[in-house]
Ligand binder design. Structure first.
Ligand code: PMP
Ligand code: GLN
Length: 384
């Protein structure tokens, strides 16, 4: 079944989570943690409910969360953000992305450049906005774009360059030359840069996340989107935000107010608490995830997959060609039934035109307990 945007119903995440439940497979498909996040964050939400934070919060988000977001951007990236003019709280990064595309796209002549494979809501929201999607492929095994292909994709018709760094589903972190080229092209063609940074605190091996909005030559044309789900293991709370120049944020607000108006009253103060946690929390988060990635990569390798070692995010991409795969979606359904492990086919993140280039790639989530990852690895090795 396809939605009017051409995207499948249910989404691939819902399909694979349901299949895992039905078959008893370990769910390394949908990216959500199986352990709670920081106790102080959870406690603050409980307190906020007791204190009566149960009615509509302000449409732009409560003052304290907007202040905490601005403090966070200054603390980690040295980006100046006025909490009253440059921040909008949204129902997750998902709403921020949808409202941004609906706000900035004027009509069918506008193009949105995206890196392919891409998070599934991108194509759906670009279709809803009426724009044309222009994909720039990220290729195995490093998943960095070819700069010439990028140059050919960005033209006078480009309204938005949509960047997801660190990248879902590949786990890639763009190298500086890629960011330089994105900024150069956006300036040359007067495009808005929209960055999806929901994995900003999940960059491994001593690297640091580098937001495009921190650059002087990009700040005035960049909207930065992030959310609390991955950083505080609260994917069900759906607290996200967009920061950037006041006129761009106001345009997003104009759409957002008619999508949800506002959300998550008791979760907003809790996420403000989270954003102010000490550095040790953020270091520990990345280190824990990197160790889980190592466990997953070792397990997949032992099971016979070719593995692309990710630099960040919850995810690892594995090529199942050595195991005889020719169709990733079919292979995932088989894997859940026969090996008892659910994954996501990368083909769910591509345009139909490029699907064949990703036909044997699977995405596995590492954001699970160590014992769960070890059991998944032993099932995969056993099945191989
Ligand atoms: N962008 C990317 C790249 C994601 O992976 C996700 C969710 N995992 C989202 C956006 C959506 O974030 P949220 O749950 O905050 O809406
Ligand atoms: N972002 C999550 C992932 O990539 C899934 C979110 C969803 O189910 N829409 O796995």
């Amino acid at each position: 079944l396809l939605s009017p945007t051409g995207s499948p119903i249910p989404t691939i995440f819902a399909e694979m989570t349901a299949l895992a439940a039905e078959t008893g497979a370990i769910n390394l498909g949908q990216g959500f943690p199986d352990e709670d996040g920081p106790a102080a964050v959870l406690e603050r939400a409980r307190e906020a409910i007791s204190e009566g934070a149960n009615q509509y919060p302000p449409g732009r988000g409560i003052d304290d969360l907007r202040l905490a977001i601005s403090e966070h951007q200054a603390r980690f990236y040295n980006i100046p953000v006025d909490p009253d003019r440059n921040v909008l709280v949204t129902a997750g990064a998902t709403e921020a992305l949808a409202a941004t595309l609906l706000a900035l796209i004027h009509g069918p002549d506008d193009e949105v450049v995206v890196f392919e494979p891409f998070y599934d809501s991108y194509a759906a929201c670009i279709a809803l906005s009426g724009a044309k999607l222009v994909g720039v492929p990220l290729r195995w095994p490093n998943f960095q774009p070819d700069l010439d292909e990028l140059r050919r994709a960005v033209t006078a018709r480009t309204r938005i360059i949509l960047v997801n760094d660190p990248h879902n589903p590949t786990g890639a972190v763009f190298i500086p030359e890629v960011r330089d080229e994105i900024v150069r092209l956006a300036n040359r063609h007067d495009a808005v840069i929209v960055t999806d940074e929901v994995y900003e605190h999940l960059v491994f091996d001593g690297e640091l996340h580098s937001p495009i909005a921190a650059r002087e030559d990009a700040a005035l044309r960049t909207l930065t989107i992030s959310s609390a789900g991955k950083t505080f293991a609260t994917t069900g709370w759906k607290i996200g935000w967009v920061t950037g120049p006041a006129e761009l944020v106001d345009a997003v607000m104009a759409v957002k107010q008619f999508l949800t108006y506002a959300n998550g009253a008791p979760f907003q103060p809790a996420i403000a608490t989270g954003l102010r946690l000490p550095q040790t929390y953020f270091d520990g988060l990345a280190a824990t995830l990197a160790a889980k990635r190592d466990l997953l990569v070792a397990g997949l390798t032992a099971a016979g997959f070719d593995v692309s070692v990710p630099s960040g995010t919850y995810f690892t991409v594995a090529d199942a060609r050595p195991l005889g795969a020719t169709d990733a979606a079919e292979f995932c359904r088989e894997l859940a039934r026969t090996a008892g492990v659910a994954a996501i086919p990368i083909t769910a993140f591509t345009t139909p035109k490029r699907r064949h280039e990703y036909a044997t790639f699977l995405r596995f989530a590492a954001c699970k307990r160590r014992d769960v990852l070890a059991e998944a690895a032993s099932r995969l090795v056993g099945a191989g």
